[in-house]
Design a protein around this ligand. Structure first.
Ligand SMILES: *Cc1c(COP(=O)(O)O)cnc(C)c1O
Length: 395
């Protein structure tokens, strides 16, 4: 089997698994308990917090553990909104192609009277700092823009946006779930006030994430209860999960240059090969792109059919995001970069990691064109396009 869906989730690394096992077996104490079994767990949490802080270049007191990226996004945005409202500011700036954890939270706030500006991401899948600058008003309480997009892999000019928000005294949150462990991040240098990450996107376990909140910024709990996470996130900590996430993040950060070199070479080979398929086009900017992301639209096919046929041939891929597959709506990300509905339906995302091989890329470059040919030959739409009865959107 070839696993090329690392943007949806990743395989747990051996290092992360081994770090977790003691906390699932013998060291099962509650970190809030005073006896040594509990204190052992509390120490593991403290160590994990330090590790995550080191990777982001912040202080451990600025890290809050959550149940994943979605919770971190929700808490960051709702906290910033509450702080804004207390100061009479109810305008939020974001982009049209954020993850639903961000977009749906913003929709909820709109119903509560907030005004949301969603910036255009152009066909490149990127915003410009100038767009952000022009959108900021005296009423703006938050800018939330993802570090890198989960479907098309485009990377935003985060440091420039961060500098600008700091100058204008507006909070800046970034959903860095696709970036953490894959790109060099320095929250101080990039002027990031809040940042979300998730363990399972960098070979850590599922159901655990972290939120970085710069010292002095008030955080509102989403879950009430005990005093865990300095009273900002109640509930007995997922000790093994947190330890596993920290181990995976450290491993990813320690090997970042070497993994980036390997994965981006595989990505570029895959992109070059798929570029040769007629009436297909790469989604998003070629250069400002996650090392592992390959995303294409092919005219005259249905992405879902392609995925099933690829699965038969042992290839795990995706079209759009895992959350929307199964629904008939085309991906909001592909619509945001201007792909028409009929083209957005024919999307394919291959997301690689350092465990993929050149041989796997060769297999994909052999199988994918065959599957596309097969589907096009059965497609009434493709027949019409070929006969010139309607015209191609992608030349
Ligand atoms: C996966 C993902 C999330 C959600 O993270 P979970 O840990 O699955 O809740 C949020 N944002 C982006 C960009 C993602 O890729």
């Amino acid at each position: 089997m070839i696993y090329a869906d690392n943007a949806a989730t990743t395989k747990l690394s051996g290092t992360a698994l081994n770090a977790m096992l003691p906390y699932l077996r013998e060291a099962y104490g509650n970190p809030s308990s005073l006896y040594s079994l509990g204190q052992q767990a509390a120490e593991a949490l403290a160590e994990a917090r330090q590790t995550v802080a080191d990777c982001l270049h912040c202080r451990p007191e600025e890290i809050y553990f959550t149940s994943g990226g979605s919770e971190a996004d929700n808490q960051a945005i709702l906290s910033a909104a509450r702080r804004g409202k207390a100061r009479g500011k109810t305008h939020i700036i974001s982009t049209s192609f954020e993850h639903h954890a961000v977009l749906h939270t913003l929709q909820k706030l709109e119903k509560e009277g907030f005004t949301v500006t969603l910036l255009d991401v152009h066909e490149t899948g990127r915003v410009t700092p100038q767009q952000v600058a022009e959108a900021i008003t005296d009423d703006t309480c938050l800018v939330t823009i993802m570090y890198a997009n989960n479907e098309i892999g485009t990377i935003q000019p985060i440091a420039d946006i961060g500098r600008l928000c700091r100058e204008r005294n507006v909070l800046f949150h970034t959903d860095a779930v696709q970036a953490a462990g894959h790109l060099e991040i320095d929250v101080g240098r990039e002027n990031i006030d809040m940042l979300s990450l998730s363990g399972h996107k960098f070979h850590g376990p599922k159901g655990v994430g972290a939120l970085y909140v710069r010292k002095g910024i008030p955080l509102t709990p989403l879950i009430e209860g005990g005093a865990q996470e300095r009273r900002k996130r109640a509930g007995t900590e997922n000790v093994a999960g947190i330890v596993g996430m920290a181990a995976a993040l450290k491993e990813a950060c320690d090997h970042l240059p070497e993994h980036t070199a390997k994965v981006s070479a595989l990505r570029d080979k895959l992109i070059a090969g798929l570029d040769a398929i007629p009436h297909g086009a790469l989604n998003g900017d070629r250069n400002h792109r996650l090392p592992g992301n390959v995303s294409f639209c092919f005219e005259g096919i249905e992405g879902e059919s392609m995925l099933l046929l690829l699965d038969d041939r042992g290839i795990c891929a995706s079209s759009g995001s895992a959350c929307t597959s199964g629904s008939l709506d085309p991906s909001h990300v592909l619509l945001a970069i201007g792909r028409p509905h009929e083209v957005a339906h024919g999307s394919l995302r291959l997301s690689l990691c350092e465990e993929n091989t050149e041989q796997e890329v060769d297999v994909m470059l052999r199988e994918i064109p065959q599957v596309i040919d097969y589907l096009r030959n059965m497609s009434p739409v493709w027949r019409k396009l070929q006969k010139g009865e309607c015209s191609y959107v992608i030349q």
